[in-house]
Design a protein around this ligand. Sequence first.
Ligand code: MG
Length: 157
Amino acid sequence: MRVGIGRDIHKLAEGRRLVVGGVEMDSARGAVAHSAGDALIHAVIDAAIGAAGLGDIGDYFPDTDPRYEDADSRGLLRKTAALLAKHNLRVVQVDATVILEHPKVGQLKEAMRDNIAADLGLPGGAVNVKAKTAESSGEVGRGEAVAAEAIAVVEQV
Ligand code: MG
């Protein structure tokens, strides 16, 4: 069994879409990023790649590569599962936290969990998504950024 950790943060700005865990949220501000800027999925990808001992998200989906401009993060997560499969590895469990001041994640965390589980080919019970605010502290707390943290457990197939 191997364990990996991932974290991500994206600044928020007016006129951008806010997609978290593959769920488009109703928000006046969205993530500023080369890709779709889905901090939760990016954290999960880094946790999975880290558990596999294969580097980090930038090694496979560099933000300098025009192919990943506005890239659908769920597609990148599915590509990550395929990358691990090539190394005879698979993700068996994910726990993750979204840190976002507003809008409230609330029960959308269930749809986020279902998206991540589907892309990794896991039952919903193998993925957990938690939601927190930053208690008005720092750039996340001021509503200027969205952050996420994740842990993934990977096993040999
Ligand atoms: Mg990112």
